[in-house]
Design a protein around this ligand. Structure first.
Ligand SMILES: [Zn+2]
Length: 306
């Protein structure tokens, strides 16, 4: 018997965090998306790949070894990535891979900005001055414009991490929308005592690396467990990583797209969601808090209750 049709709309938000993920993972994702006839929303890291610094940071964190073992980080990220910015020089992703990045757009997908320096945003944002945050965004937007001939229209925060100062700096870039937080539904973020002129579209679902190895989730049952969370008739946002679903877990991503087709999941891009929301009435205004979520080290931004 065929499984029941869900009528859930699902936006694939694809983050490319590293040089290796962008070079080796993105082409595989493009092939799978093309095979499935699905358009996705890519968020690109364009500055130096300082992954080695992140490795040093997580080595100091509790729970790192468990995550390393559960997700097989070396298989996912590759050996040299673990030393970029420390033992090895940090490759400039946008400069080195401009042609590959343009091919995402020419395949019909949405491209926007994820970061200049992913590791710096994730690890240092709460230590940066407003001017430094603005400079970080301006560098990213400048590199994006050099590659695509126009500024980015949206931004997704590295590791879903953002502070009040971060939101205020993002507002100055006048993006059409952000996808910065983890939460159930779009809202207008509040910061500095006011609602910002920004539209936030959160990631609604757990990522593959958060889910694997927790609560009995395995590669064999991940897809059914994930689809079990889709709200019929609603819009879900799933974040996918070039480093993960584009490389070691590519077959799983292919199976997920096939399963979506079987279950009547309707693909949509984040730009389309943003356009629709712009035509609707005002969104709820929400402050943003930082909190821990299962399966992820470090705090992520979430809409505050109420
Ligand atoms: Zn990222």
């Amino acid at each position: 018997m065929a499984a029941e049709t869900l009528n859930t709309r699902l936006a694939l938000k694809i983050d490319a965090d590293t040089f290796r993920g962008t070079r080796d993972g993105v082409p595989g994702l493009l092939e799978e998306l093309d095979r499935a006839g699905v358009k996705a929303s890519f968020f690109l890291t364009l500055g130096p790949d300082n992954s080695g610094k992140a490795v040093l940071r997580v080595l100091r964190k509790k729970g790192f070894l468990g995550k390393m073992l559960r997700t097989n980080a070396i298989k996912m990220y590759g050996f040299s990535t673990l030393f970029y910015g420390t033992l090895l020089p940090a490759p400039r992703i946008g400069q080195r891979l401009a042609g590959a990045l343009r091919s995402i757009e020419s395949a019909g997908h949405e491209v926007n900005l994820h970061a200049w320096d992913h590791v710096r945003w994730q690890d240092r944002l709460d230590h940066l001055s407003p001017e430094e945050i603005e400079a970080e965004l301006a560098r990213g937007a400048g590199a994006f414009a050099e590659i695509f001939g126009r500024p980015p229209r949206a931004f997704a925060a590295p590791a879903w991490f953002c502070t009040e100062a971060g939101f205020l700096a993002l507002e100055k870039q006048s993006f059409d929308y952000l996808s910065v937080t983890r939460g159930p539904a779009p809202f207008r973020p509040r910061a500095g005592g006011r609602a910002l002129s920004l539209l936030e579209i959160p990631t609604t679902l757990p990522t593959l690396d958060e889910a694997l190895g927790r609560d009995g989730v395995t590669e064999a049952n991940w897809i059914e467990r994930l689809i079990g969370r889709y709200r019929p008739g609603q819009t879900e946002v799933l974040t996918v990583h070039a480093e993960t679903e584009g490389l070691a877990y590519r077959p799983l991503f292919r199976d997920l797209l096939a399963r979506h087709r079987d279950r009547g999941v309707i693909p949509i891009t984040l730009a389309e969601v943003a356009r629709e929301l712009g035509e609707q009435g005002p969104l709820p205004e929400k402050a943003v808090a930082l909190c821990e979520i299962p399966g992820r080290a470090g705090k992520v931004a979430v809409p505050a209750a109420g």
